[in-house]
Write a protein that binds this ligand. Structure first.
Ligand code: GDP
Ligand code: MG
Length: 303
């Protein structure tokens, strides 16, 4: 017997799919034990595929967080949905997250239809059980089970952590045998520069109202590690109109200051050092139609 079989070493890729806001990124962060994917109450916060890696016993599992799957209208939407299905097709296992407090929505119905076409069995995770009464939950589980696409059903709260360990143990036990793909201490495939930009984008989502966050993108321009152990990070916020720029800056620059302060606090926690964060707002009307921005996120411009 080989070493791997003898030691029962396993490594698997698991895609987390689901409608926008189902809690995929929250689950990823809960699994990894730290923030690797940003979360907000707004739909479509996650723009690209993010990998979160965790170890359970002898198994290494790389979870692929995907943008939500929904009916796409604009180019960026199409690219995000394509990335989501791309994530699912690369994986050994697929976990469909359903927001139990919302029941079976149109988006979820469409995802199930498409999963039926792919013929592979999917693991169902009914999420946000902390918000739903038991009888409603059981009823929903029965309805979804009747679709015939699910091999197993888990009830979890990605936010509070209930049921998450059971789900992880289950996935770890059935991951394919084989050596680990990533170093033991790696928890994400997102480079620090990109994670830093994502953190700022999350604060934009949390602090700006309505549609504006969707019209903004953030890129890290410069990253400088200083002799005193601190890091200086320069980031560009691209907006599409001068009016948007004024809102992002706020009166006397107060809004951008608040965004920067929140992002810096979190970055200092993650990087465990002092951070000097400088944010610059630039108007670029057509960033959503710029192939360069898509390449930057690993999205397909022509999806
Ligand atoms: P995604 O779009 O699927 O990645 O969803 P997010 O992870 O960004 O979560 C969307 C919203 O649902 C956020 O406000 C989360 O805090 C919330 N959420 C996620 N999981 C749970 C849960 O288990 N319980 C509750 N009450 N809220 C949750
Ligand atoms: Mg997400």
């Amino acid at each position: 017997m080989s070493d791997i079989a003898e030691n029962n070493i396993r490594c698997g890729f698991v895609a987390l799919v689901g409608a926008p806001n189902a809690g995929k990124s929250t689950l990823l962060n809960q699994l990894v034990g730290t923030k690797v994917s940003i979360v907000s109450p707004k739909v479509q916060t996650t723009r690209t595929r993010v990998l979160g890696i965790c170890i359970a016993g002898q198994s290494q599992i790389a979870f692929i967080d995907t943008p939500g799957i929904f009916a796409p209208k604009r180019r960026l939407d199409r690219a995000m949905v394509a990335a989501a299905w791309g994530g699912a097709s690369e994986a050994d296992d697929v976990v469909l997250l359903v927001d139990a407090s919302k029941g079976i929505t149109r988006d979820t119905e469409e995802i199930i239809t498409r999963l039926k076409d792919t013929q592979s069995k999917v693991i169902l995770a009914l999420n946000k059980v902390d918000q739903v009464k038991k009888p409603i939950l059981l009823d929903l589980a029965a309805k979804l089970d009747a679709e015939g696409v699910f091999s197993d059903v888990f009830m979890i709260s990605a936010l509070k952590g209930n049921g998450v360990d059971d789900l992880l143990a289950f996935l770890a036990a059935r991951a394919p045998e084989g050596p680990w793909h990533y170093p033991e201490d790696q928890i994400s495939d997102l480079p620090d520069r990109m994670l830093a930009a994502e953190i700022t984008r999350e604060k934009v989502f949390l602090q700006l109202k309505q549609e504006l966050p969707y019209r903004i993108t953030v890129e890290t321009e410069n990253w400088e590690e200083r002799k005193d152990g601190s890091v200086k990070i320069d980031q560009l916020l691209f907006v599409q109109k001068d009016g948007h720029k004024q809102i992002v800056l706020g009166k006397g620059g107060q809004q951008i200051k608040r965004i920067g302060a929140a992002a810096r606090r979190e970055l200092e926690e993650i990087l465990d050092c002092k951070v000097h964060l400088f944010l610059f707002v630039k108007v670029r009307e057509s960033w959503e139609d710029d192939p360069e921005r898509y390449r930057h996120w690993g999205l397909d411009f022509n999806a």
